[in-house]
Design a protein around this ligand. Structure first.
Ligand code: SF4
Ligand code: SF4
Length: 478
């Protein structure tokens, strides 16, 4: 697309934004891949439409506030990138554009307050835990709050998992095959700490030494994708200091974090630390990629045949091009049959803080995703249920935590940590997000299992876990 964007006036990201616009040939192949285009059916709610709008704003032809409703409705899911035959790097445009626009736009007071609360709590696990606890305790009074604050409190689990600090170093069990550093994440540490513990457990028992640098912070993705560019840069610089380079990889267990860390060179464009950012980004890998490169894992089979669906988190499949590895890992598990979910590529609508900022679109997408999963769980024509309960679907977990029982009809929302719809005999399975790691944990031989992970194989009675007395089983683990 031809343009007259004044690159020099737009700071370090000006050229990247202009290049992204230039590479778009306006063909429209990205439209069917875009969840908001699917929902809204409007050109301006499509990737092509947004690219044009951003170009017009950057050129000074269109007032910013005429474009912001459409730009704000972009999930940042990046589903348009793999769909684009011209390889338009949409993220190189949308992320800097949001940061650029943030400095120019005016928001209503309440929006500013909400934004401040989000950006000053979620990326900080201590603050987020305290505010989430407060929100959960006061959920009965949430009707007194403005609607969007109600949404925020409704998304909180009724009971937060206990805080479980990660060990700074976990030695490999047996001969060391690799040494990695792990990004702990922010919201994940509060809402689903078992993911990182399970990841460490799987890694250590696969011969990997795991470092969790104490001075690390949030990856910065939440800030970057909501236009808080300065805050994102600060987080990136903090992590450049915190993470060692003498490791084989820097692992992430959350799709959005991995995608964010890969963007550090973009965030720190023309910064004195840009080369450093490039080096760190080159080390970043999703845990599923690393484990699949490591070779076959020593996994015990599930106790009974279980059909499991894998949900592709957008920032893993589209943002990092990772979809085969998690499936390959799951296929290593005995008694686990992997099925594809219909509508599997559809974004769940969670997208960081999108479900707070754009609740209607988020609800629409969440409902569609749930209906695909729920419908598929009701049994195929042989009457056989297609999916079985397996504990994790991180991306949708946020959605479900916020849904209470509203969106799923007869389905119930899990209190937290377990994906469970309806009474036990109607549980439907979701499984596994990247975040399939807990599922891998379930498959580890008993002697490697660790009680603190709080996970059990489907069907395993809690008493059995007690009776096994796991203490000390994990020789060097968390
Ligand atoms: S598919 Fe790519 S080149 Fe075609 S309109 Fe979409 S972003 Fe532009
Ligand atoms: S990032 Fe997602 S929502 Fe935004 S334009 Fe691309 S496909 Fe559509």
């Amino acid at each position: 697309m031809l343009h007259k964007i004044p690159v020099d006036e737009l700071g370090p990201s000006g050229q990247a934004m202009a290049d992204a616009v230039t590479s778009c040939v306006h063909c429209g192949f990205c439209l069917p891949a875009c969840p908001t285009y699917q929902v809204m059916g409007e050109e301006m709610d499509s990737p092509r439409g947004r690219i044009f709008l951003m170009k017009e704003v950057l050129e000074g032809n269109l007032p910013l506030d005429e474009a912001t409703p459409y730009i704000d409705r972009c999930l940042g899911c990046l589903s348009c990138e793999p769909a684009c035959p011209s390889g338009v790097p949409y993220r190189d445009l949308i992320t800097p554009f949001r940061s650029h626009a943030e400095g120019l736009r005016s928001r209503p007071l309440f929006d500013r307050l909400l934004r401040w609360v989000v950006l000053h709590t979620i990326p900080y696990p201590g603050r987020f835990r305290a505010s989430a606890r407060l929100g959960s305790l006061s959920s009965n009074l949430s009707f007194l709050l403005p609607k969007r604050m109600q949404l925020m409190t409704a998304m909180l689990p009724q009971k937060l998992p206990a805080s479980r600090p990660l060990p700074e170093i976990t030695h490999a069990v047996g001969p060391r095959r690799a040494r990695v550093a792990l990004l702990a994440g922010c919201a994940q540490q509060v809402l689903a700490p078992e993911i990182n513990h399970a990841a460490i457990h799987v890694l250590a028992n696969s011969g990997v030494e795991v470092l969790v640098p104490k001075s690390q912070g949030c990856c910065g993705a939440l800030a970057a994708h909501t236009g808080a560019g300065q805050q994102a840069q600060d987080f990136a610089r903090k992590n450049l200091e915190a993470f060692p380079r003498d490791v084989d990889c820097v692992l992430t267990t959350t799709a959005g974090c991995g995608s964010g860390m890969h963007e550090y060179p973009l965030w720190l464009k023309d910064d004195p630390r840009e080369a450093d950012a490039r080096e760190l980004a080159s080390l970043v890998k999703d845990v599923s990629v690393f484990l699949s490169e490591l070779g076959p894992l020593d996994l015990a089979p599930l106790e009974r045949p279980t059909r499991v669906a894998y949900h592709d988190a957008c920032h893993l499949s589209s943002g990092q091009g990772v979809s085969a590895q998690p499936r390959a890992l799951l296929r290593q598990v005995g008694n686990l049959e992997l099925v594809e979910v219909s509508g599997g590529q559809l974004c769940c609508g969670s997208a960081g803080t999108y479900n707070i900022e754009q609740p209607e679109t988020a609800n629409n997408l969440g409902r569609q995703k749930a209906e695909h999963l729920y419908g598929q769980s009701q049994g195929d024509f042989t009457g056989r249920r297609q999916l079985e309960p397996v504990p994790y679907l991180w991306c949708v977990l946020f959605r479900m935590s916020g849904n209470r029982s509203r969106w799923y009809g007869p389905a119930k929302v899990p209190a937290h940590g377990r994906t469970r719809f309806g009474p036990r005999d109607r549980q439907i399975g979701l499984a596994v997000d990247v975040h399939h790691v807990p599922a891998l944990h379930l498959c580890l031989p008993d002697e490697y299992r660790h009680p603190a992970a709080g996970l059990q194989r489907p069907g395993a009675a809690p008493e059995r876990r007690e009776a096994q007395g796991h203490s000390g089983v994990l020789r060097h683990g968390p």
